[in-house]
Ligand binder design. Structure first.
Ligand code: GRF
Length: 229
């Protein structure tokens, strides 16, 4: 049975619209709590550090959810190794084995539906997704991007920020829309760029923020989902 969310935030009280779900920075306390836990799926292609951050947030109660399935498109990616260590079920859908992006997305939908997943987080999924996946999980698909959207969409967002010479960048969790990195923002965190930064140092600083931001964004999204029934 659902219970009322414990979370209260002044900006949330002002409006019931989309903007109520956009915060610059996660607070340390007052996380939305729901029951029963959401059944989450994660898609990843890389190291999987955000997957792990989300799993820990679920396990320590910050996110009232459970990661039921990880899907990767590279059999040897770090995310898969982490999933094994964390005791998560994982599947490999190698994109090279699918003739089109749509075909891969049909397979993704089948895997997540088969696992009973209610919502999906793209945590470093390095493939463009299509309407097949987006329409199968409307407003149930979240992406993480290493910039303050709408700045620096697409590949190499960190390199783009360094190249542009901006002094502040960050990370965004957003709903997935058909155009790449374009859906409405759920939550963002700002990250300074220092004169000594290179791609590696900046990526590391952004990643640390992402590990706080992503669980927070999922908790906020869950609040919306539960409110909608
Ligand atoms: C993150 O920086 C995310 O923003 C981007 O890919 C990276 C994934 O990192 N889309 P990890 O695999 O979670 O460590």
């Amino acid at each position: 049975m659902s219970r009322m969310p414990a979370f209260q935030n002044p900006s949330q009280q002002k409006t019931n619209g989309e903007s109520s779900c956009a915060f610059l920075s996660p607070p340390a306390t007052h996380w939305p709590q729901f029951d029963p836990p959401l059944r989450l799926g994660v898609m990843a292609s890389g190291r999987g550090s955000n997957l792990e951050a989300l799993v820990h947030a679920c396990r320590d109660g910050r996110v009232d959810g459970k990661v039921d399935l990880l899907v990767v498109n590279k059999a040897d990616c770090g995310a898969r190794t982490r999933a094994e260590r964390l005791g998560l079920q994982s599947l490999v859908l190698d994109h090279r084995e699918y003739p089109t992006r749509e075909a891969l997305d049909h397979a993704l939908v089948a895997c997540f539906r088969g696992a009973g997943v209610e919502a999906i987080v793209m945590a470093g999924w390095m493939r463009i997704v299509t309407d097949v996946l987006i329409n199968a999980f409307p407003r149930r698909l979240i992406n993480l991007h290493p910039s303050l959207l709408p700045s620096f969409r697409g590949v190499d967002a960190i390199g783009q920020a360094l190249e542009a010479g901006v002094k502040i960048t960050g990370c965004s969790a957003h709903w997935v829309a058909p155009e790449v990195d374009s859906g409405p923002v759920i939550a963002q965190a700002a990250v300074p760029i220092f004169p000594t930064d290179d791609k590696d140092s900046l990526a590391e600083r952004i990643r640390r923020e992402e590990h706080r931001l992503l669980p927070w964004a999922v908790a906020l999204a869950a609040q919306q989902w539960r409110a909608q029934g």
